[in-house]
Design a protein. Sequence first.
Length: 215
Amino acid sequence: MTITITAFERSPDGGQGMARDMRVRWALEEVGQPYGVRLLSFKAMKEPAHLALHPFGQFPTYQEGDLALFESGAIVFHIAERHAGLLPDDANVRARAITWMFAALNTVEPPIVDREVAEYLEDETWYEQRLPFIDERIRKRLGELSGRLGNADWLDGAFSAGDLLMVTVLRRLEGSGILEEYPNLSAYVARGKARPAYKRAFVAQLAVFTAAPTA
């Protein structure tokens, strides 16, 4: 059965791999699964056909036969469970990898996304007042993560779905100057981006943006 995911027809990130379909593309590339992409506009995101797949009108979604999923973390988990390469065979190590998946999305990502929301959607004066407090929360999490990672290549032994999600989360700080304060985390993200599967996914997402007509 063909896997089909949805993505922006013209991503607001300029095709730089920040949109969350990147996580799904990367996971599929890691496990060697071909997939198709259905591109949608912002308007189409809120129409009944897409809302039937994603009740909150967001991206990405995943369809395979009669299975339809939403939420990038859940989709990556499904891919990792169904195909070898993203979750270890050992039950305990596998459980820890899944724990890191949740940590990336539930503990590390929220303050980072809060920073993005404040920057782009809030009143400039309010944003300037809030930014130091948001950045303090981010640095606290990054300090804890940096201490845990230490000099290791990956979070818990071999690369896993936990690393895949964590790298995509940390990438959202690129350009802020915050990530660079933690050299081991910067190197960690660079290792993730150097993986051949990541590069293939990045090129595929960028191609959508560069091929899209200018509005």
